[in-house]
Design a protein around this ligand. Structure first.
Ligand code: G6P
Length: 610
């Protein structure tokens, strides 16, 4: 979603800003812009709809050279993705970039118009620029004026501002949208994600909710929500600049799909003893808290929500713990009845998803036993604000369509299920040792599933001309089917729906004909025979079947039926394994259709607005 980069230095900062924007591209955006206080002592900007490369091209023709600047990638919320609406927004001689949404922008716009301010965009952000300009007239100091301005804003914001009147500083404010200061020697930076700045520094200071910052070349001053001057801890990363490198792969998504054996291995490391899960992997108080848990409430968005849906099957079947799963955008606005001793679990790749964070904050008021975040980013808001954490070790995920984050989340959730069952003594005899053994073999099984890459690539050809697809699954494979359908629609733009196979006769069968391929996953479990009957119903209506089936399931190719044999796996782990061919399928369909696989249209990697 929107990205912010800012810099104040002794050297020309334009290339640093553009490089920062490129490093944020993976978040998804639809226009980009930069404002620089130039060496001619003027505030100038360039903005372009489309990719950062187009902005870069424009800068090559019309260079902006200066030592102070801000830049932005915009994901449209208010107003179309065109140059006029792209950030930075100007008012007089100040420039503003903004992540988030200002909910009272209409009322403020009317007030500012009455004061004579002229609006040139449809954005909520322009309101901030004019309001700040107005405050600055009396208050003079940029940080003081920003403090007064944010008091009037309702909604979420990460803000960076520069002014030609005070060209030795940039000022910033955080409420609901993350911001981090990058510390250099005689130069300092700002960004919405430290990744944007790894080419210039490895030392960072994270702003907290409500903070205002004034960043100069050689100093950083921060005030908290109460206006008190505060120090924020400096974090140093030692692993050098993280390379955003596709390696031998054509797309990040394919690379990330192929990383799954190693990242699953990493997610397991240090978390298993000989035949048990180490409960303390969830934090020092985990054993004591888990012993009290009688219910689990899971809240997440998108792919992470699908991981939660799989976990419900595991928690109820293996640990005997009732579990509810809900998308965060619904949970946060609903009157919820909380059962006693309920553990509140959030799942998130980024740890910054606005709805998931808001749900966690609400949950704190609702009397949950404790909160646990299963998250891929250790320095995220979600992790900072949760009582317990299990970090997935997927590494940086760049493809907007989540792949390795999902499978590592599933591993984390299975570790959670076994930990809760272990502490509460509710697991059947021998189950934990068996599953620990199976988890150790999982990276090898995932490698075997990836070896089917070229088989799946051929199957993808069946989809290239289709407009609709149905995904079917039963039991814990139903959320896997949902995830398969989500992947296909996200990156190939083919309409895809998932149904529990048993619901076929209650509606979707009406859609089935030879233009509607039906994809299904068929591990060898007690639901297999029922699933086979459902598939017959599809064949009888001329629907073409693509079945990913256990090698022992006794399913073979036939007229209109394409069977891909999957390595045998313990049924509990099958959702993790069967996800892989569905990821590959959507990837190859998207490649055939020539879509932008890593940055699909209209979507964002990190959804930091609701
Ligand atoms: C966006 C991403 C998805 C992701 C979802 C939740 O929609 O495109 O890939 O599943 O947000 O994000 P989170 O970071 O909370 O897992």
């Amino acid at each position: 979603m929107c990205g912010i980069v800012g810099a104040v230095a002794e050297r020309n900062i334009t290339a640093i800003l553009v490089e920062g924007l490129k490093r944020l591209e993976y978040r998804g955006y639809d226009s980009a812009g930069v404002a620089v206080y130039t060496n001619d002592e003027k505030l100038e900007r360039l903005r372009r709809p489309g990719k950062v490369s187009e902005l870069e091209q424009a800068l090559a023709e019309e260079a902006l050279v200066g030592r102070l600047g801000i830049a932005h990638t915009r994901w449209a919320t208010h107003g179309a993705p065109c140059e006029r609406n792209a950030h930075p927004h100007f008012s007089g001689d100040l420039a503003v970039v903004h992540n988030g949404i200002i909910e009272n922008h209409e009322a403020l716009r009317e007030q500012l118009k009455a004061l004579g301010y002229v609006f040139t965009s449809d954005t909520d952000t322009e309101v901030i620029a004019h309001l700040l300009n107005h405050k600055l007239k009396d208050l003079r100091d940029l940080a003081v004026a920003l403090k007064a301005t944010v008091k009037e804003l309702h909604g979420a914001y990460g803000l960076a501002v520069i002014s030609a009147q005070q060209p030795d500083r940039l000022v910033a404010a955080r409420s609901g949208s993350p911001l981090v200061i990058g510390l250099g020697l005689g130069e300092n930076f700002l960004a919405s994600d430290q990744l944007a700045l790894r080419q210039v520094t490895d030392r960072f200071m994270y702003l907290e909710e409500g903070d205002i910052a004034e960043i100069r070349r050689d100093s950083v001053q921060i005030w908290d929500v109460a206006g008190q001057a505060v120090e924020r801890q400096t974090v140093q990363y030692s692993d050098g600049a993280e390379a955003a490198d596709k390696g031998e792969f054509r797309h990040y998504m394919l690379k990330e799909i192929h990383e799954q054996p190693s990242v699953v291995q990493r997610t397991l490391e240090g978390r298993l003893s000989q035949n048990q899960v180490l409960v303390q992997a969830f934090g020092p108080q985990a054993a004591e808290l888990f012993a009290k848990v009688r219910n689990v409430q899971i809240v997440a968005c998108g792919t992470s929500y699908h991981a939660g849906m799989v976990a419900r099957y595991w928690l109820e079947e293996l640990a005997g713990i009732p579990c509810q799963v809900e998308v965060a955008s619904e949970f946060r606005y609903r009157k919820v009845v909380v059962q006693p001793d309920t553990l509140f679990v959030t799942i998130s790749q980024s740890g910054e998803t606005a709805d998931t964070l808001a749900a966690l904050r609400n949950a704190k008021e609702l009397g949950f036993l404790a909160s646990l975040a299963i998250c891929n980013v250790g320095i995220s808001s979600l992790v900072r604000e949760s009582d317990l954490t299990l970090l997935t070790q997927a590494g940086r995920e760049i493809g907007v369509a989540s792949t390795k984050a999902f499978t590592t989340q599933l591993v984390g959730l299975l570790l959670l299920t076994l930990s809760l069952g272990q502490v509460r003594g509710s697991l059947a005899a021998g189950v934990e040792a068996t599953l620990v053994e199976e988890l150790r073999r999982l990276p090898t099984r995932l490698g075997e599933a990836l070896a089917m890459d070229s088989t799946v690539e051929k199957i993808a050809e069946l989809f290239a001309e289709k407009n609709h697809t149905l995904f079917l699954g039963r039991g814990a494979q139903f959320p896997v089917a949902m995830e398969g359908a989500l992947k296909l629609k996200e990156i190939s733009y083919i309409h895809a729906e998932a149904y529990p196979a048993g619901e076929l006769k209650h509606g979707p069968l009406a859609l089935v004909d030879n233009d509607m391929p039906v994809v299904t996953v068929a591990p060898n479990n007690e639901l297999l025979e029922k699933l086979k009957s459902n598939l017959q119903e599809v064949r009888a209506r001329g629907g073409e079947l693509i079945v990913f089936a256990d090698e022992k399931a006794g399913m073979t190719n036939g007229e209109g039926t394409h069977v891909v044999q999957m390595p045998h796996i313990h049924d509990i782990l099958s959702p993790i394994l069967y996800t892989v061919p569905l990821q590959l399928l959507s990837y190859y369909v998207a490649v055939l259709k020539g879509t932008d696989v890593d940055q699909p249209r209209n979507l964002a990697k990190s959804v930091t607005v609701e």
